[in-house]
Design a protein around this ligand. Structure first.
Ligand code: S3P
Length: 187
C-alpha cells in the first residue's frame, strides 16, 4: 500500500469485519463503540446479544444454567452470526478459548487482541458486578493467574495485538488501524 492509500484507509477505517478479543475489562465494548462512531461500523455486542436471546443477565445464566451452557450460547451466536462487511464484534472475554470460535472469527474478519495489565484490568472491573467469573476474586493475584492461563489462546487467535493501558479510545482505534495496516503490508 502506498502513502496515499494508507491515508485513505485511515480515513475510512478498517475494510472488513473486526473481532475484538481480550480479557474482561480490556476495553472491547468501549473500543467497539468508538470504532462505530468514528467509522460508521455496525456493533455486535456478544454479551448483550446472548442476554437478549436468553432473556436474562449473564450472571443469571451462569447461576441457573451453568458456564458450559453459556459457552455453547457464545459458540452458537458466533457461528450463526453473519456480519455484513464492516461490523465490529465485541467478544466476551472467554470467546477465544474455543478453537471453533476462533475458526468462525477467522472466516469472516480480522481478530484484534486488546491487552491491558492486571492493574489496569482491576481498576476497570472494580465497580462492576456483572462478571460472574470475577465475583469474590477482584484482586491482582487472581486476575494475573487467570490472564496467564488465557494468554496463549489470545495470542494464537489474534491477527494483531494492541495495548490499551493509559490510552483513550481514539488512540486505541488509531493503533488498531496502524497495526492492521502494518500486518497487511507484511503479508
Ligand atoms: C467472560 C467475560 C465476560 C462475559 C462472561 C465471561 C470471560 O465478557 O462474557 O462473564 O470468560 O472472560 P467481558 O469480557 O465483556 O467482560
Amino acid at each position: 500500500m502506498n502513502e496515499l492509500e494508507s491515508l485513505q484507509q485511515a480515513e475510512r477505517g478498517p475494510d472488513g469485519n473486526l473481532f475484538l478479543i481480550g480479557f474482561m475489562g480490556a476495553g472491547k465494548s468501549t473500543v467497539a463503540q468508538a470504532l462505530s462512531a468514528l467509522y460508521g461500523m455496525e456493533v455486535v455486542e456478544m454479551d448483550e446479544a446472548i442476554e437478549r436471546q436468553a432473556g436474562m443477565p449473564i450472571s443469571d445464566i451462569f447461576a441457573t444454567l451453568g458456564e458450559e451452557a453459556f459457552r455453547q450460547m457464545e459458540t452458537r451466536l458466533l457461528t450463526t452470526l453473519e456480519p455484513g462487511q464492516r461490523c465490529v464484534v465485541s467478544c466476551g472475554g472467554g470467546v477465544a478459548m474455543r478453537e471453533v470460535n476462533v475458526q468462525a472469527m477467522r472466516r469472516s474478519g480480522s481478530i484484534v487482541w486488546l491487552t491491558a495489565t492486571p492493574e489496569t484490568i482491576l481498576a476497570r472491573v472494580a465497580g462492576s458486578d456483572s462478571r460472574p467469573l470475577l465475583e469474590g476474586h477482584k484482586d491482582i493475584g487472581y486476575i494475573q493467574s487467570m490472564m496467564a492461563q488465557r494468554q496463549l489462546k489470545y495470542e494464537a487467535a489474534a491477527d494483531v495485538a494492541v495495548a490499551t493501558d493509559g490510552k483513550d479510545a481514539a488512540q486505541i482505534c488509531s493503533d488498531i488501524l496502524a497495526a492492521l495496516q502494518a500486518r497487511r503490508q507484511e503479508g
